[in-house]
Design a protein around this ligand. Structure first.
Ligand code: CIR
Length: 253
C-alpha cells in the first residue's frame, strides 16, 4: 500500500511523565523535539503529507498517535486505549480521520491499542496484550472483516505491544524477534529474525518502499541491506526511553 498521509503530534513538555517501564533514564525534551522533527521530515521526504497536531495537555503519551486508531483504505477504527491515563486521546484523532475515512469505534469493555495491530496487506495480526483485550480484538476483527480483510490474534508474550517485536517490511516479509519466530503466518509469508540483543530494531517502519529503522543496530541493518531494502536510520533514543518507537509516532494512511 502506498501511503499519502500521516498524522503526528508534537511531544508536550510533560512527555517525560508518560507511562514507561524502561530503565534507560530520563528523556531530554530538546533532544526529543529534534528527533521528532527529523522523523516528521523523513515522512515528508517519503512523500507523505504530514498533519502535525499540537501537544495535548494532560496526556503526556498523546504523541504516540498510532495507538488511537487503525486506518485501512476503507475505514478508520477509533480505538479504546488500554491504559486508563490514555483514554481520551482517541477523541481528538477522530475528527481528523473523519475527513479522510468513514469511522467506526471500539466500545467498552473492549480495548485496543494500535500498537498491537499489524497490517500485512489485507491480513491483520491483532496482539492480545496488557493493552488490547480479547473483546477489543474481536470487535476490531469483525469491523475489518466487514471491509473484506482477514485477521488472526496472537498473544503478545514480550514487549509492550505486538509491533514492539514484529513488523511488516513489504514483499510478504516480516521482521521478528526470537520470541515470535514460531508465529504462524498466512502461506507465502517469510520471516527475517533480528539477533538477540537487537530486539528493539524489530520496530521498523516500512513506508512507500523504504524501511525506517532505529539507529544503532548494525547487525539488523546488515540483514536488511542484504535482503535488498532501501533503509533510512533515525535516532529515537528519547522515544525509546518512554517505551515507544518508530511506528508509534504516526498514523499512516
Ligand atoms: C505507553 O506506555 O502507552 C507509551 N509510553 C508508549 C506507547 C508506544 N506505542 C506504541 O508502541 N504503539
Amino acid at each position: 500500500m502506498m501511503f499519502t498521509h500521516a498524522i503526528t503530534r508534537k511531544p508536550g513538555t510533560d512527555f517525560a511523565s508518560g507511562l514507561t517501564s524502561s530503565k534507560l533514564g530520563p528523556p531530554d525534551y530538546q533532544l526529543m523535539i529534534e528527533q521528532h522533527t527529523a522523523y516528521v521530515n523523513t515522512l515528508t521526504l517519503l512523500g507523505l503529507a504530514v498533519i502535525e497536531l499540537e501537544p495535548l495537555p494532560g496526556y503526556p503519551d498523546a504523541y504516540f498517535v498510532e495507538d488511537t486508531a487503525i486506518v485501512t483504505p476503507d475505514v478508520a477504527v477509533i480505538t479504546r486505549p488500554g491504559a486508563r491515563s490514555r483514554r481520551g486521546e482517541e477523541k481528538t484523532i477522530e475528527p481528523v480521520l473523519a475527513q479522510y475515512r468513514r469511522v467506526e469505534r471500539i466500545h467498552a469493555p473492549g480495548s485496543v491499542d494500535g500498537g498491537d495491530v499489524l497490517a500485512m496487506e489485507g491480513h491483520f495480526l491483532i496482539g492480545i496484550s496488557h493493552r488490547t483485550n480479547k473483546q477489543g480484538a474481536q470487535q476490531l476483527g469483525r469491523i475489518l472483516e466487514k471491509y473484506g480483510n482477514t485477521w488472526s490474534s496472537v498473544p503478545v508474550k514480550a514487549g509492550l505491544h505486538l509491533k514492539s517485536s514484529i513488523n511488516y517490511l513489504g514483499n510478504n516479509t516480516i521482521l521478528v524477534t526470537r520470541e515470535f519466530s514460531d508465529l504462524s503466518l498466512p502461506e507465502g509469508y517469510e520471516k527475517i529474525m533480528v539477533d538477540d540483543g537487537d530486539e528493539y530494531a524489530a520496530n521498523t517502519l516500512a513506508l512507500n518502499g523504504t524501511i525506517i529503522m532505529p539507529a544503532g543496530f548494525p547487525k539488523t541493518r546488515k540483514k536488511l541491506d542484504e535482503a535488498g531494502y532501501e533503509i533510512i536510520e533515525l535516532d529515537v533514543s528519547e522515544t525509546r526511553k518512554m517505551d515507544g518507537g518508530l511506528t508509534c509516532m504516526s498514523l499512516r494512511f
